[in-house]
Design a protein around this ligand. Structure first.
Ligand code: F3S
Length: 106
């Protein structure tokens, strides 16, 4: 599967959802997750994300390993998103921040 890492939190640019051929993105209040049961590892979403939040599972950095299980968990409870929408209003203020996990809303 591919994994959405913390960079997405409080940004949610949604460029990724338009290109996914299997509609595997799920939407929360300030983060998108990838449903690992649906992702086919095509990788077309990777270059779409302006904050490079999406990585193949095998390339998830050590400090983002918790995001693998979190994408699976959150995807079970969140609705599908298949059409791009406006990013969160202060996305540009948050895009270069790290350690955003405490900001994640469920
Ligand atoms: Fe998030 Fe990047 Fe998609 S910020 S919504 S993973 S384009």
């Amino acid at each position: 599967t591919h994994v959405v890492t913390e960079a997405c939190i409080r940004c949610k640019y949604t460029d990724c959802v338009d290109v996914c051929p299997v509609d595997c993105f799920r939407e929360g209040p300030n983060f998108l997750s990838i449903d690992p049961d649906e992702c086919i590892d095509c990788a077309v979403c990777i270059p779409e994300c302006p904050v490079n939040a999406i990585v193949p599972e095998e390339d998830v950095p050590g400090d983002q390993q918790h995001m693998i299980a979190l994408n699976a968990e959150l995807s079970r409870g969140w609705p599908s998103i298949t059409k791009r929408k406006a990013p969160l209003p202060d996305a540009d203020d948050w895009k270069d921040r790290t350690g955003k996990l405490p900001e994640l809303q469920r």
